[in-house]
Every structure is written in C-alpha cells, then in structure tokens.
Design a protein around this ligand. Structure first.
Ligand code: BGC
Length: 431
C-alpha cells in the first residue's frame, strides 16, 4: 500500500496545459495535454518504443547490463521531441512535468519517489520476446531504489531543456484522476481505479487515510502483490518459479493479468498432453495471451480458428476433441481471472466507503485491455456469448460477492487511455 501524497481528485473544471511522460512498458508516450474545463482534454503526443532505441545489449534498454542513464536519456528525448513540435521548447524553463510509471514507487513527496523494483520482468509478446525491464540490475547505475524524478530531471538537463518533474505517480492513480476529470457528471465520484492489462493493480481513495498516517488520501494498493493465502494451483507455482528475477512476488498478478495468462494456458497444455505435446509448446512464453484469448473466442463448429492458430504457432495438428479440451481449459483460466479481478474490485469499492444509498455509489475507473477491449469481447467479431461471459462474469462475480443490491452501487467506467492524461492532470493540479 503506497502513499500517493495526493489528497484531491480533479473536478473536471481545471484549465491548464501540462506535459507528461507515460512510462507504462516499452511503449513510451510523451504528451502535451491541454485541460479545457468541462471534462475536456486535448492532447498532442510523441510515442517511442524502447525496443527500437539503439543499445548494445541483448534486451536493449531493458537489459540488466544497461545503465539508468541510457534509459532515461531516451525518455528525455521523447519529451524534448513533443515540446519541440508544440513550439514550447524555447520557453521550456521549469515546465511542469507529470511522470507516470507502471511500477511500484515509494514516494517521498508528490515530486520524488524511489522505484522499489521492476515488476513484469518476464512477460512475452506476440513475437515471444521476453520484454520485461531489468535495466541497471547488473550495473553500478541502477534504477531500482533510486529517485526516478531526479533521474529524469538529470536526463532533461543533459538534453538541455527545462522540464522539471513536479509529480510522480503510478498508472492506476493517473487513471483514477483522468476518470474523475472526464467522467459524465451523472456518475458518482470516481474513488477507485483498477487495471488489468499486462500487469494488475488498483488504487482507491481511503476515507481514513490520516489515521493510517498517509500524507495523501489516494492509495496505490499494489494489489498484484497481495500474495498471502491465494488459491494457487501447481501451474501457478510453476509460472512463478520460472519467473527468473521476479519469482516469489506478484503471485496475484500472475493469476489474473495479461502478461501471464497465455503462459498459464501453455503450461496446462503441456501438463495434460505431456510427451504428446508439440515440441514448440515447451518453451516459456510460447503462447501469447492474445492467442489464448482468440482460442477462447472461437465460436465455429469445428473450432477452426484454434486449429489454424495452433498449427501456425506450434505446428500442431489437433483433433476436434483436443480442441474442445483446449478451449474449455483456456476458458477456465480467463474466467478465474475475471473472478479474482472482481474480488479485488469489490474489496476496493467496499474500502472506499461509498457502497450505500446515502453515499450514491462509486465509479470504478477500469482499464481492462485484457477483459474488455480485447477482441475476445469485441462487437466486431460477434462473439456475443463469449464477450458477455466475461463482461457479465466480472459483474456476476461482483453480484455474488457483494449481493446484487450493493453491487448495483458499483459503476464500472471503462477508461482505456487514462494514464498519460492522468499524469498531465496531476502535473497541472500540483503545479
Ligand atoms: C505494477 C503496478 C502497476 C501494474 C499495472 C504492476 O506490475 O507493480 O505498479 O500499476 O502493474 O501496470
């Protein structure tokens, strides 16, 4: 549970321009956001992919042999670029900058915070590249344990422009702020946010923050690391055990989030088929979560999509009965993820103290790239029953956990682009 040092949420009426850097993985976004009041924000942005930045190490800038300086130089260059394009570079002295990160940071004030540790160290992507960060771990120039605001300020200074970090925040907190700013007025206050993307986390406004000795009222729970007493299976233990550099931590996240579900599914296949499993299925991260989700969503009579995907991916000729088993297993994995996510959302909503008629309920900002905007749920592919499975599934589980009447006070508000904007809002409201 980490303090945000922030005790107000925006109202939507703030008017200001601010810059922000969204460091949510390898896709970096530097943004200039103009808050126009009435919940309106316009943005200009520059994106880079850290994988494309030159660095002479196996994992590039993400490699444990790469120092913090190289990584933060790339981040600073992306801010400089958007400032230059927006015509603000010449007068950039002391430009407030919001810095949003998708890793746990222990803040010392709103504008400084130490990155506790890299999470999501061994996650895969479509190309099976393990793309998690380990930057600095094997060097004398680490990121973990250091103040990331200072690292970024120094990099801006090296690149000769005057942006200064005025606010450091976690992605879930940024999303909460962005939802609070933009949500329609008829919805109750947004005091909870929940993210189920590559990683997992939630934030909420704690009514008793002062008695817990927090400086702010918005708390970054780092709920992905709530690992005690979880109903883990042997497969979960294997996934964790194989997570070199990250094992023993974030077990809850590994049972729910997109960085891991494909791996859970793959291990189930290998476990069930054993020596009959195709050779290509044996390597770590050989099943991207996106492919597993497509298998779940195959509604054809003969499960043709699964047939094509597994033939293409693992050169595996499956029988219909095998494909049925695969689909059933994968559905269980995604369904469990929805159930556990709902449990976490219910807990946060309850803690926010707003689940009573007199309080008017709570709006939960939800970035669920895994559960909602994924093709598995998308209207385009007309996968109604499967889409509903999980949309309703998170809802169903909320109903089960809270009771239908109480669950009706929870308004899920999908907020898929909140992190950048939220960091800019934070920079603006704290400037
Ligand atoms: C990190 C959190 C982050 C979440 C979602 C987790 O791995 O520990 O800080 O909010 O991923 O990106």
């Amino acid at each position: 549970m980490l303090d945000s040092f922030l005790d107000k949420v925006p109202t939507g009426s703030e008017r200001l321009t601010a810059y922000a850097l969204d460091f949510s993985g390898t896709n970096i976004r530097a943004v200039r956001a103009k808050l126009e009041g009435n919940g309106r924000i316009t943005t200009a942005e520059h994106r880079i992919n850290l994988r494309d930045e030159p660095a002479p190490f196996t994992k590039g800038l993400l490699d444990k042999q790469c120092g913090a300086k190289e990584l933060f130089d790339s981040l600073a260059r992306s801010i400089r670029e958007v400032m230059e394009r927006s015509g603000d570079l010449a007068r950039s002295k002391d430009t407030p900058l919001g810095f949003c990160v998708s890793f746990p940071c222990e803040l010392r004030s709103i504008k400084s915070g130490a990155l506790l540790e890299w999470t999501k160290v061994n996650i895969g992507n479509w190309n099976f590249i393990l793309q998690g960060f380990e930057t600095g771990r094997a060097t004398a120039d680490p990121v973990e344990g250091l103040d990331i605001a200072t690292l970024l300020d120094m990099a801006c200074w090296r690149h000769k422009f005057g942006a200064r970090v005025t606010a450091v925040t976690n992605d879930t907190i940024a999303m909460l702020l962005s939802c609070a700013y933009e949500k329609p007025a008829h919805l109750p206050p947004c005091t909870v946010s929940f993210m189920i993307g590559v990683g997992l986390n939630g934030a909420y406004v704690e009514p008793d923050a002062k008695s817990y000795k927090y400086q702010g009222t918005i708390i970054n729970t780092e709920i992905g690391g709530f690992d005690k007493g979880l109903p883990v299976t042997d497969v979960d233990l294997e996934v964790d055990f194989a997570d070199e550099g990250g094992n023993g931590r974030q077990i809850f996240e590994k049972m729910i989030a997109g960085g891991y579900l494909g791996e859970v599914c793959r291990r189930l296949v290998v476990k069930l088929w054993q020596s009959e499993a195709p050779a290509l299925a044996w390597s770590r991260q050989a099943l991207p979560t996106a492919v597993a989700a497509l298998c779940v969503s195959d509604l054809t009579d003969n499960l043709d999509m699964i047939e094509r995907l597994l033939r293409g991916l693992w050169e595996w000729q499956t029988t219909l009965s095998e494909r049925r088993t695969i689909q059933k297993m994968f559905i269980l994995v995604f369904d469990r993820s929805a159930g556990l996510a709902a449990a976490a959302i219910a807990a946060l909503a309850r803690k926010s103290g707003r689940l009573q008629p007199a309080m008017g309920g709570v709006t939960v900002a939800l970035d669920s790239s895994l559960h909602i905007s994924h093709r598995w749920y998308s209207e385009n592919v007309r996968l109604h029953h499967v889409r509903d499975l999980n949309r309703i599934q998170v809802r169903n589980y909320l109903n089960q956990l809270l009771g239908e009447q109480t669950a009706s006070f929870v308004n899920l508000y999908v907020c898929n682009d909140g992190t950048c904007k939220g960091a800019a809002i934070l920079a603006a409201i704290t400037a």
